[in-house]
Design a protein around this ligand. Structure first.
Ligand SMILES: Cc1ncc(COP(=O)(O)O)c(C=O)c1O
Length: 460
């Protein structure tokens, strides 16, 4: 049946004809009603039970099975580092991966963000750079940041990333796949392992001692060697100069790519930071990953890769088809922040604040922790290796009840069950004045567990 004429409907409803005409036009525009020449307006046939079902359709509609469609995640057997979203609510957050909001240079950073929205910077803040980075930020890195790590780099050997994590992922997609092998530190950075394994690679563990990773006899089977030489993650030991030369020579001989994750080298409280491994590299096989996460804030998601221009070009194209580039506004603001001298000022302030925390950590550990600990000369955490009978998994679980967040250490090892006596106390996020009290609670809990072992510990 045709719909009533506009005149009839207007009369029936007691509204003006224009109102009905407008309503009909809207229904036509949205496809509910079609107009047939010389016959009038009709309800669109396609609307009847949402149109005819395609031939061969099964019965009633069913919810899509997403689980069945998703590719299996190859890293599902690796543990994830537990990230507590509400860590600021706890009085003693001994965690390493966050920063205290109070220490962030809010005024200087907001000035840089604002300035980046004025001429001559606005274009670089707003443009679609496609594959390009902000040339001013690249210049700042080459002139003011990398030289302090002993690295001389030309602009075409730098790529800005959304943190080291993106650098690792881009590298993995460029260099890794099924059948490739990455040699990694054991214990070591879990998030990097996830990225490598997700790219299809297999891992080979290299043990770590007080002088950093122990060089193996050879690296012939490996495609990539991933290292955290400045402050080993998670123990914070520094790779000795002898081993650096040894590993570079071995990488050269066995034709291996070395990935240097230099995530917190500036945070050194005794002695000076050792130059980057990249600074010793004469063959272009070291790929350097830097980040602003530890010096400023991880939430800014800004980092960089320094490598041979051929590799950088490839990573740039890979990045183009994922995120194009990190936000232009952030890049320009960071460039202005560095250029104004605020970046280096803020690192100095941040380092001084961390040094005060580190000193409290050293004193408190000496006073309260009932087993020997060698505090590292830098970094943002202290690695704790208790006596073999300590169950640090139960310990860190139990500490949460007292508002103390400490990270279990077993998950960073290939053989987790052999390292249940390890844990990590980060001090980047905790208030300096809470450190002694927090360590006292940790020390008491360790003491209690060792003095009165629970059934699990007694069985070991
Ligand atoms: C070994 C290591 N590399 C890199 C990072 C920083 O990663 P991103 O730059 O992605 O924040 C961290 C932070 O926890 C880390 O521990």
């Amino acid at each position: 049946m045709p719909l009533p004429s506009s005149r009839a409907l207007a009369q029936e409803l007691g509204v003006s004809r224009n109102t009905v005409l407008t309503a009909y036009q809207e229904l036509i525009a949205e496809g509910f009603v079609v107009s047939r020449a010389r016959s009038g307006l009709f309800v669109n046939d396609e609307l009847r039970s949402h149109g005819p079902a395609p031939a061969g359709s099964p019965g009633p509609p069913q919810a899509i099975d997403w689980e069945g469609r998703l590719r299996p995640e190859s890293d599902r057997d690796l543990p994830d580092v537990a990230k507590l979203p509400d860590w600021q609510q706890h009085p003693y957050p001994f965690i390493a991966g966050q920063v205290e909001a109070r220490s962030f240079p809010v005024l200087a950073w907001s000035r840089a963000l604002r300035e980046a929205l004025h001429q001559p910077h606005l274009h670089y803040s707003l443009r679609d750079g496609i594959a390009d980075d902000d040339p001013l930020l690249v210049e700042m890195l080459c002139d003011r940041i990398l030289p302090s790590r002993g690295i001389e780099a030309a602009p075409d050997s730098v790529l800005i990333t959304l943190g080291s994590q993106e650098g690792l992922r881009l590298l993995s997609s460029a260099l890794l796949g099924a059948g490739t092998l990455v040699a990694v530190e054991d214990p070591g950075y879990l998030d990097a392992r996830h990225v490598f394994v997700r790219a299809g690679a297999s891992l080979v563990p290299l043990p770590v001692d007080g002088a950093g990773v122990v060089p193996p006899a050879d690296l012939r089977a490996a495609d990539v060697l991933y290292l955290t030489p400045s402050h080993h993650h998670p123990t914070n030991v520094t790779l000795s100069i002898g081993r650096r030369h040894n590993l570079l020579a071995m990488a050269q001989r066995d034709d291996v790519v070395v990935v240097e994750d230099d995530y917190d080298s500036e945070l050194r409280y005794q002695g000076t930071p050792s130059p980057a491994l990249k600074a010793l590299d004469t063959t272009g096989r070291v790929v350097y990953l830097g980040t602003f996460s530890k010096f400023l804030a991880p939430g800014l998601r800004l980092g960089f890769v320094v490598a041979d221009p051929v590799l950088i070009g490839h990573l740039r194209r890979e990045r183009r088809y994922s995120v194009r580039h990190p936000p232009g506004h952030l890049q320009r603001a960071m460039a202005l922040f560095i250029g104004s001298g605020q970046y280096h000022r803020s690192i100095r302030r941040h380092r001084a604040a961390l040094r005060r925390k580190w000193e409290r950590m050293v004193d408190g550990i000496e006073q309260w922790i009932p087993f020997p600990v060698t505090p590292p000369p830098g970094g943002v955490s202290v690695w704790m290796e208790g006596p073999p009978e300590l169950d640090a998994v139960a310990l860190t679980d139990g500490l949460a009840e007292y508002g103390v967040i400490a990270e279990r250490g077993d998950i960073y090892h290939f053989d987790r069950s052999a390292h249940r006596n390890t844990f990590r106390l980060g001090f980047a996020a905790i208030d300096v004045d809470r450190i002694p009290e927090g360590l006292q609670i940790v020390g008491r809990a360790v003491h209690d567990q060792l003095a009165f072992p629970g059934p699990a510990a007694r069985r070991r």
